[in-house]
Design a protein around this ligand. Structure first.
Ligand SMILES: CC(C)(COP(=O)(O)OP(=O)(O)OC[C@H]1O[C@@H](n2cnc3c(N)ncnc32)[C@H](O)[C@@H]1OP(=O)(O)O)[C@@H](O)C(=O)NCCC(=O)NCCS
Length: 411
């Protein structure tokens, strides 16, 4: 058999169907190449010059690309972030370096574009650590039995109103935009993103449940939160229906309480499921019986510093102090070295130094710590960083932030 030779080449309009077909066949669904709506959907979301297909001759054998996000990082800062997406390698071409080739391309492009951070959701935990990513955001998948939790709670001063999709299109983006800067891991959504990622609701995406329902919380006539969800009726057991929450976004604490009381109070639908509740969510305290909430935790957002000093300067820290770290980074070797981080009133300078580091870590550990949701002392316990206990404690204090990083959607 001839030696296989693969290379990254630009994606053209003509090749877009082959590219879409390669993505779908590896992920196990069928790209609807005859449907102009599906093609328009692809074009609206993916920028051709941000895609990096891998070819074997004329065949697309691997796919990858990225989104240009403005992502919130700790301290309500926005950082240009490259969101890695649609990574697939055809089963005929796996374990021959196609992913490694795409990762090099992705980081080179992010660096050229001035995007100091890369982020992704991983299909499998073991894939991305070798490329310098660490799991920085987590999620809690929850299932509530509303009958056990306790229904009937009310929140004075907040009303919840069901709206149709046209009104949802007017109200939801503004509510989301009010929350986005405050939560590391959330990014700014464009109009096209809203339309194609959230309001587009083809029947084949519903999994046997209803169309999307939208509820908006209002205080003094102003929108202060939303939830959107599907209903899954149980026809043989009418009182066992399910609510599947897609996204819950309360701006205020009162809206948070009002939206949860609303969602657990829907008659005939006592089983409430949310695939992606934030890990720091205190929901068990809201109800009479917190054990009515069953929880499964999982890694969610993964991050990787493409430009270490730029990313470290971009976020805010807790308090004051200084620490010298060494980052071992053989994949993005421009980062490899020691850095002095000096924090004054939450803002940091970060310079490359030659002095002895206090804490040593691989790029993937820094990726896990960066968003503020990980405990450096806990990571030291499993050998993900090394140094004296005092310096690790200081690093921990500086880097941790509230609220916990959380990304509301898979991209
Ligand atoms: C995961 C996937 C993209 C890997 O692509 P690939 O081209 O085979 O990866 P590479 O050949 O560049 O492998 C690079 C290294 O990662 C390792 N690796 C690759 N996939 C891995 C996996 N799923 N689990 C553990 N290690 C993996 C390889 O063994 C190799 O290690 P080595 O350098 O020590 O030899 C591919 O298997 C795939 O398309 N899977 C299905 C779709 C998917 O899960 N995509 C990811 C979406 S987030």
């Amino acid at each position: 058999m001839a030696q296989m030779s693969i290379e990254v080449r630009p994606l053209t309009v003509e090749l877009a169907p082959a590219f879409r077909s390669a993505i779908s066949s590896t992920f196990g669904y069928d790209a609807d190449l005859e449907d102009p709506g599906a093609a328009a959907h692809f074009e609206a979301l993916f920028e051709l010059d941000r895609m990096f297909p891998v070819f074997d001759g004329n065949e697309v054998v691997a796919t990858g690309g990225d989104f240009g996000f403005q992502m919130a990082v700790p301290g309500e800062q926005q950082l240009s972030t490259s969101g890695l997406t649609i990574v697939t390698v055809r089963p005929t071409h796996t374990r021959q370096g196609a992913l490694t080739m795409m990762m090099r391309e992705h980081f080179a492009r992010a660096r050229e574009r001035g995007e100091p951070l890369s982020a992704l959701w991983a299909s499998e935990f073991p894939i991305y650590g070798r490329f310098g990513y660490g799991p920085s955001g987590s999620l809690k998948e929850i299932r509530i039995d509303a009958r056990q939790a306790g229904r009937g709670g009310r929140e004075e001063g907040v009303t919840v109103r069901l709206v149709d999709v046209d009104e949802a299109k007017k109200l939801l983006p503004g509510i989301y935009a009010a929350i986005q800067p405050t939560r590391p891991g959330m990014y700014i959504r464009s109009g096209a993103w809203w339309e194609h990622r959230h309001f587009r609701d083809p029947e084949k995406h519903r999994g046997g449940a209803s169309a999307l329902r939208f509820a908006v919380a209002e205080a003094k006539g102003e929108p202060v939160g939303y939830v959107f969800y599907r209903q899954k009726a149980s026809w043989d057991q009418l009182t066992e229906g399910e609510i599947h929450i897609r996204e819950m976004m309360p701006v205020t604490d009162a809206a948070y309480r009002a939206l949860w009381h609303f969602i657990v109070g829907i008659d005939l639908f006592p089983i409430v499921k949310y695939w992606n509740n934030p890990v720091d969510d205190p929901l068990e305290f809201l109800f009479h019986d917190g054990r009515a909430i069953r929880t499964k935790a999982s890694d969610a957002l993964w991050t990787r510093l493409v430009d270490v000093p730029a990313a470290l300067r971009a976020r805010r820290y807790s308090g004051d102090g200084a620490v010298t770290i060494h980052v071992a980074d053989s994949f993005c070797d421009w980062n490899d070295g020691s850095y002095r981080i000096e924090v004054d009133d939450g803002a940091a300078t970060c310079e490359r130094v030659t002095s002895a580091p206090e804490v040593v870590m691989p790029a993937s550990t820094l990726g896990a710590l960066y968003m503020g949701g990980r405990n450096a002392r806990a990571l030291a316990r499993v050998g993900l960083l090394e140094g004296d206990a005092g310096a690790i404690g200081k690093l921990d204090t500086l880097f941790r932030s509230y609220p916990a990083p959380w990304c509301p959607e898979i991209f």
